[in-house]
Design a protein around this ligand. Structure first.
Ligand SMILES: [Zn+2]
Length: 314
């Protein structure tokens, strides 16, 4: 559309045509994001989105893995000569800064092959469709998340059903199973089911190598039992057992470098600051995943106890 307008304006550079050409240089302001829940406008919009949208420059995590998200919402770009992978596209409104960060680390947006996701809540998935449109990438996800991404609305068994905003729909999501791998060039990414925060919550792992040294990177999904009023984790068949299996997975995965969708949950910025001060790679944290799993288990046990006791949940 914009290219067509530019071509038209350049075709006759007389007075008005010149003005048109100059105007065409300025990209149009993006349309404001309309927040909906179950297809209906959400009055009040998104309270936390301004805070979550504060920009941040890209940070190298390790090797060719980069943090390219905002200050409070992680997006991870893993670059390979055969194409790139992006995990979590963040909010729709912050996609322009995400794409700018991706270009800033030397990657071509059109070389993104896959867009993956930790969980389908809007703060990590609302930008997925826009990144797919900009890159031509495909999306791959575990079955529950694949259905939710294709539907655009939260399924009724999501703990935040009726509370979390919708996402623009994504087409033809490739369905992976727990433990499946996705390969791009020499990069092998593995999907692990770590449900609870959503039924489809996914932890992604890969090996990053730099100068002959390889580390196991874990992008572990959120582990907070947050829900809409009326949702009971203890009333979902098989959920407590699946959540515990996920915590065991997090405890036993090879893990030397933990990253989380909300970076504060794994002290990401403190570790970045330590690394800057020490001049060393302090992002490495060999006990990070085990401690993260321990805190997650404690949070879910506390929530189950409250539900069983009939205590207020918030
Ligand atoms: Zn969430």
């Amino acid at each position: 559309m914009r290219l067509a307008a530019l071509a038209l304006s350049l075709s006759g550079l007389t007075g008005a045509g010149r003005v048109h050409a100059q105007r065409a240089q300025t990209p149009p302001a993006p349309a404001p994001v309309v927040y909906t829940i179950g297809g209906r406008p959400a009055p009040g919009g998104c309270e936390s989105c301004a805070e979550w949208s504060v920009p941040h420059a890209p940070v190298r995590v390790h090797g060719t893995s980069w943090y390219v998200g905002t200050r409070d919402l992680a997006s991870i770009l893993i670059m390979t000569p055969a194409g790139h992978v992006l995990i979590d596209a963040g909010l729709e409104a912050t996609v322009p800064q995400l794409l700018a960060n991706i270009k800033a680390v030397g990657a071509n947006v059109r070389d993104i092959r896959w867009v993956l996701n930790s969980h389908v809540h809007y703060d990590h998935a609302q930008g997925t469709a826009a990144v797919v449109a900009a890159s031509g990438a495909r999306v791959a996800a575990l079955p529950w998340s694949a259905r939710a991404l294709e539907a655009g609305v939260m399924p009724a068994d999501d703990p935040q059903f009726g509370m979390a905003f919708d996402n623009p729909r994504v087409r033809a999501v490739r369905v992976l199973q727990d433990g499946d791998t996705l390969r791009v060039g020499g990069l092998v990414l593995r999907a692990h089911a770590t449900p609870g925060h959503t039924p489809g919550s996914t932890t992604w792992t890969w090996q990053s190598c730099e100068g002959g040294r390889c580390v196991d990177v874990v992008y572990a999904d959120s582990q907070t039992p947050i829900s809409a009023d009326g949702f009971r984790f203890t009333a979902q068949r098989g959920l407590a057992e699946a959540v515990e299996r996920g915590h065991r997975t997090l405890e036993t995965l090879p893990c030397r470098l933990l990253i989380t969708p909300h970076p504060g949950a794994s002290r990401f910025w403190e570790r970045v600051a330590q690394g800057t001060r020490a001049g060393a790679d302090s992002l490495l944290d060999v006990t990070g995943c085990a401690r993260y799993a321990g805190r997650a288990r404690a949070a879910y046990q506390a929530r189950y106890a409250k539900e069983r006791a009939g205590s207020p949940l918030r």
